[in-house]
Every structure is written in C-alpha cells, then in structure tokens.
Write a protein that binds this ligand. Structure first.
Ligand code: MRU
Length: 330
C-alpha cells in the first residue's frame, strides 16, 4: 500500500504523538496531522479527520495515552470516549487502555500498540475469510469507507476485495459516493484506485439501477456497532442498500471485527445514533446547497436489520445470525 498509515504513534509514552492522515482533505491533499494534546485529538475525531470504527478504536487508545500522561483522569477519558457515540470501538479502545494502564503511561502505550497490531491482524483475517465470496467477473458494491482509511490495517469491507485482488481475481467494485460527507467518493474510490482495483463511483441513488441491470453480485459494507442479534449500524444509506439488495436477490454481507460487536445490546434499536451538524446538508464543502431557514435532519448512521444480512465476515470466519451470541461469549 502506497499510502501512509491511517493512524499511528511516533515516539515514547512521555513525549510521543498520535499521527493520523487528515482525511477531510482527501483526495485533494495527503497531509499528516501530529497530535500530542487531548483536545486536538477529540477535535480530529469530531471533524472526521480520523474516522471509521476500527481506526477510532486505535485513535482512542493512543488518545487515552495522551490523556493519562497529561493527568486528565476519568473526565478526560470520558470526553474522549464520547466524542462519537455510535462506533463502539472508540469507547472500547479507551477503556482497554484505561484498564491496562493502572495510571502508568508506559503500560498505556504498550496496550495501545497491542490494539493497533491486533487491528492489522484482524483486518487481514477478515480479508482472507471474505475473499472466498469474491469470484472473477463479479460486481461488488460497497457503501461509505470501510477500507485502510477506516482501520489501522487493510480495512474491513474492503479487505476481502484487497485479498481477492492479491489472488489475481479480476472484478469490479461499485463505490456509493455516500452523502452527505462523501466517504465513498473521497476515500473509497481514492484508496481502491491507489491500490490498482477496478472501481466505479456511483451516487447513492444509482445503486438500484446498477443492481436491476445485473451489475452487482455481492454487497459488502462495514459496521460501526452490531447488536447481539446481528442488527448492524453503519453509515447512513446502508439500510437502503441492504433493502435494495434483498429486492434484487443480491447477497449483502457486513464485515467487522469482534470489537465492533456490542454484547451489551440485544438489538439494533438500542444503538445510539449520532446526529451531526445541519451545515453538512446545507453545504457541499464550502458551496451552499440549502438556505439556513430550512430544517435539516442529519443522522450519521442507520441500522440494517439482521434479516437483510446474509452473513457477518469476522476475523474468525463468516458467521450466520444464530452463531453470533455464542461467538461473542467465547
Ligand atoms: O462517519 P464515518 O466515516 O466514521 O462512518 C464510517 C462507517 O460507517 C464505516 O463503514 C464503519 O465505521 C466501518 S469502518 C471499517
């Protein structure tokens, strides 16, 4: 992969820094941000400079090192963990570091690095399992960005595509642009093209037509939080894609690590859904598209019911709905 790591750490526990790709500038500019204070880390998470559930888990873990060494205690860790409410990985990463650190920044950094390394391995395992679903000549559709730019490794939903590509299989990827923040256009089409995959960008509203025309054989998306029954929250529009896939007889898979499953939640209705600023709908970039007096509804995520999902691609294999609860208890 030609791109720098999405999320990384440089230096020691006392003086080191979190280094992220500033994703709001992509694809126009590839810039790294170095963050060594808690407030800029929280700001980067809120602005989506770093985003995607597993990358948020790793950024949260390194952010916790920064909070602990600054003596910001539980209040600082709570502020970090709640910077984005839907992706359960963020709180999971912060909590893991808090528990392991016992107040010692060295131990905190060791745990954060372990989380980072695990994510790299987990993405690869998801890719190996999921690649079995992708045959030469297929069309595969994805929504939002669940690739290398959303993880510390090669991605979740895009990992099976990268592994199938490594195996020399030729297939075509359709990337939904993913309104309103265009993660599909700005990030997914960018990283797939950078890595030599055959990617075609479509608007979200074109998914029905490409499915009707028989161009899509498989859908794979990521997830931000998955309940025990398999209901999966992912970027807004995913539920619509799953509904379309069902209507057209196209299998719809969710790729996610165990850290994205929330064993506390029985069903998707309990998943907190982040609502974002109205400005994201009233503007595209800096260009106004709607007047301020118009009301805006801007949920960042929706929940796809388990009944629309053909399987959950995890680091331990492709699960069916009835297997999830036992797997989580292991
Ligand atoms: O708002 P975002 O860009 O953080 O939303 C990201 C997604 O919905 C991804 O599909 C999800 O986090 C999985 S990332 C491997």
């Amino acid at each position: 992969m030609a791109l720098p790591r999405t999320v990384d750490w440089q230096g020691d526990a006392a003086t080191g820094r979190l280094v992220i790709i500033e994703q709001t500038l992509l694809p126009s500019e590839l810039k790294l941000l170095e963050l060594s204070e808690l407030e800029p880390v929280i700001d980067a998470i809120e602005r989506l400079a770093v985003r995607g559930a597993p990358a948020l888990g790793v950024a949260g873990a390194y952010g916790a090192v920064i909070a602990l060494r600054a003596g910001l205690g539980d209040a600082g860790l709570e502020k970090l963990a709640s910077a984005r409410p839907t992706a359960v990985n963020l709180r999971w990463g912060v909590e893991r570091v808090r528990r392991a650190a016992k107040g010692d920044p060295e131990r905190a950094l060791a745990e954060a690095k372990a989380i980072d390394a695990e994510d790299v391995r987990t993405c690869r395992a998801i890719g190996e399992h999921g690649a079995a679903l992708i045959q030469a000549g297929m069309g595969v559709l994805t929504h939002c960005n669940a690739g290398a730019l959303a993880t510390a490794g090669m991605g979740t939903a895009l990992a099976p595509m990268y592994v199938a590509h490594e195996h020399g299989r030729k297939f075509r990827v359709f990337a939904d642009e993913t309104r309103p923040l265009l993660q599909g256009a700005r990030l997914t089409s960018f990283e797939l093209a950078e890595n030599g995959l055959d990617v075609t960008l479509i608007t979200d509203s074109m998914a029905a037509v490409v499915m009707r025309d028989g161009k899509v054989d498989l859908v794979i998306t990521g997830a931000d939080r998955i309940a025990r029954n398999g209901d999966a929250a992912n970027n807004i529009g995913t539920y619509g894609v799953a509904t379309l896939a069902k209507a057209h007889g196209v299998p719809f898979y969710v790729a996610a690590p165990k850290s994205t499953f929330d064993p506390e939640l029985a069903a998707g209705a309990q998943i907190p859904i982040e609502e974002r600023n109205a400005r994201e709908l009233r503007y595209i970039g800096t260009v106004r598209t709607a007047p301020d007096r118009v009301k805006v509804y801007n949920p960042a995520f929706d929940v796809t019911p388990a009944g629309l999902i053909s399987g959950w691609i995890t680091e331990d294999g492709i699960l069916k709905a009835h297997e999830i609860a036992d797997w989580l208890a292991r």
